[in-house]
Design a protein around this ligand. Structure first.
Ligand SMILES: Cc1cc2nc3c(=O)[nH]c(=O)nc-3n(C[C@H](O)[C@H](O)[C@H](O)COP(=O)(O)O)c2cc1C
Length: 203
């Protein structure tokens, strides 16, 4: 039985990830921006939601499947794009795509993926969506869209809220702590286990 089999609620996954991942990578996933107000609001909003329970309505046969963009999916859920999936696990994007195909739900490949679109389609299959940060270079943006369509990607998830890098104070604090160690201002014993992939570092 692996650690994941002992995860029953989302907090269990978080604790397992904290144990396994390099510190900086865990913080990147776990933290929000600045004072993390939106993060706290989102958690509070989800805590307020309740599922409406129905009784005596014959639930022997349940079918949560639904149709989305003309495709039948087994459950009204899709895997959202996550830029660091390939760093959290060896071939993490491929693993996620295979899991999604097995569960018959869509998988969204981030445009910052470490795995090519070709490999995802060939080795995982299933319903694949591509997430796109529209670039200034329109020709290249359209070329990417054409390629995704030709490979059989079903939908585009266009991200429009990343026009500039958010103020990631957590990342900056980690980087500063690392610099302090290097210039001798702090002891190497206090050194954070820093691991921020270059494209994710803000400075
Ligand atoms: C670690 C992490 C990486 C993400 N990477 C991307 C990305 O590469 N592209 C993107 O469009 N959204 C990215 N997102 C945003 C998610 O796809 C999602 O829209 C967002 O987390 C809101 O969903 P949630 O409330 O379920 O977390 C990322 C989110 C997280 C937490």
């Amino acid at each position: 039985m692996g650690a994941v089999d002992r995860c029953y609620v989302i907090d269990d996954f978080r604790a397992a990830a904290r144990r396994r991942l390099p510190h900086g990578l865990f913080e990147f996933i776990d933290r929000g921006s600045e004072r993390e107000a939106s993060l706290a609001d989102n958690v509070a909003a989800f805590m307020r939601l309740r599922l409406m329970t129905k009784f005596l309505v014959g639930l022997g046969e349940r079918d949560p499947s639904t149709e989305l963009f003309g495709r039948r999916i087994a459950f009204p859920l899709a895997i959202a794009p996550t830029g660091v999936a390939g760093l959290c696990w060896f071939e993490g994007e491929l693993a996620l795509a295979k899991a999604a195909a097995k569960a018959r739900i869509p998988f969204t490949l981030t445009s910052t993926a470490l795995t090519s679109m070709e490999r995802i389609v060939k080795e995982a299959g299933g319903i694949c969506w591509l997430q796109l940060f529209p670039w200034k270079e329109q020709d290249e943006t359209f070329a990417l869209i054409d390629k995704a369509r030709d490979l059989g990607f079903d939908a585009l998830v266009v991200t429009i809220d990343w026009l500039s890098s958010p103020w990631e104070q957590i990342a900056l604090r980690l980087l500063q702590a690392d610099r302090d160690v290097r210039v001798g201002k702090a002891s190497a014993n206090n050194r954070p286990r820093l691991f921020l992939p270059a494209p994710l570092a803000t400075k």
